[in-house]
Design a protein around this ligand. Sequence first.
Ligand code: HEC
Ligand code: HEC
Length: 428
Amino acid sequence: MPTANKIILCLSLFIGVTFVYVVLYNQKTSTVSLTETELAIINNLRLPPRNIVQDDSNKLLHNPKAEILGKFLFFDTGLSRSKQIACVSCHQPEHYFSLPSDSEITLDKQVPTLLGVASFSWFMMDGRADSLWAQALLPLENHIEHGGTRTQYVQHVLSRYPELYQEVFGGFPYELISVDLPAQASPLSQYQQEQQTWQQIPPHIQQAINRVFSNIGKLLAAYQATLWPAESRFDHFVDQINTATNRTIGEAISLLTSDEVAGLKLFISDQGKCLRCHNGPLLTNGDFQATTVPTPHPSAEKGRLKGIELAVADPFNCLGIFSDSNPSECKELIYSKRHGDELDSATKVPSLRNIGKTAPYMHSGQLTTLNEVLHYYNRAATPFGAHSDLEPLKLLPYQLNQLEAFLLTLTEYDSPIQQQQETSAATK
Ligand code: HEC
Ligand code: HEC
């Protein structure tokens, strides 16, 4: 081939590769602006200043003394068989009430953040608990978490916090005064011996123990209802754009870059489809959806289908005798869907607040980076015979980068610890 032709070939190859790179990977967004409709959607994602939650089944919610005692319990390693584990061991305030990936504690599930958790109607990835207080009782008796039993916890709380307990509940459980309780006993103990010990306890004492045990859950819930994320750069951007006369991203509206705004637009668009499941200030609908992530955890295999069955059977649910509500108020539990293909392998949609800081991702940490999550959504391959709520996005690589750039704007400005102190100062 003559040299001139070689040069032309090389040159056109170079131009071709550069073109493909620029178009697919590095497209710079020149001017971006937001429409009225987009602005209305975005205003719904802005974080409100306070957590307004209600749970008729727990009358201790928003009771300041219950919040204080609940906080003590959340940090108390006395609520574990080994005396070494507390809720805070896995839900760490300095890590958005989740577990850092370099922690010594290794689990087969991801630890979800608790910031904003009280606003949900269902808890755990399959929604097996219908209230925050019923949820709290699960890790306490789970043998790979706190590992103890209700008789241990009831005795611990009544002897360690007698005054505060009586202040909150207006007295001491009289059935338990001068009764010798076994150190460990529960119908759910991992040891058969302790299950038998439970069976030997007279029913009225069992009920008194269960009452205090459910109160422990309600105290923990009262504390968790005070947890709320801090504002992020995204929230301040929303304020900025609401007060601007011209909605073009640039000098006046500078809190997000044009790429981050392009990512936001994709997030809320029919093309990105994220809003279908990730909406509201916590960027979740709190509902259950199937994403068919590879290697699901056993409790994700049946997902919501099994979760609702467990919630209905739970003696500590909204309709149970330990609930503070009238049965007619338990609408979520009464009317929730119990059967149907769409429940199969559906798991809870997580919050995306601080998502840039809580890798790895998905319920068992199957995906290491946000980039992997987005590539997964882009293909959304559904295994044969499985039910999935995802559709392949078919976005270009530069669009996935823009989506990722937007997700990173959801990180809190302040350190979570600082925020915690501010919130508790504000509630005093
Ligand atoms: C050993 C680690 C560990 C400990 C200790 C622990 N958790 Fe968790 N927590 C998890 C994991 C893992 C999940 C997710 C489980 C699932 O969805 O099946 C979870 C889920 C939750 C949820 C549900 C969140 C949601 O969005 O549905 C709440 C609430 C919660 N924990 C509160 C607590 C409280 C209160 C305590 C103390 C009584 C506690 N946790 C102790 C690891 C832990
Ligand atoms: C059909 C509902 C649905 C849609 C649409 C959807 N998601 Fe999700 N998303 C989920 C569910 C469910 C999970 C949890 C999956 C799991 O834990 O296995 C999840 C998890 C995630 C996670 C990981 C969260 C974590 O803490 O592990 C990220 C990040 C995420 N989604 C971002 C997005 C983005 C960005 C879009 C749009 C491109 C999107 N999602 C669209 C339902 C959806």
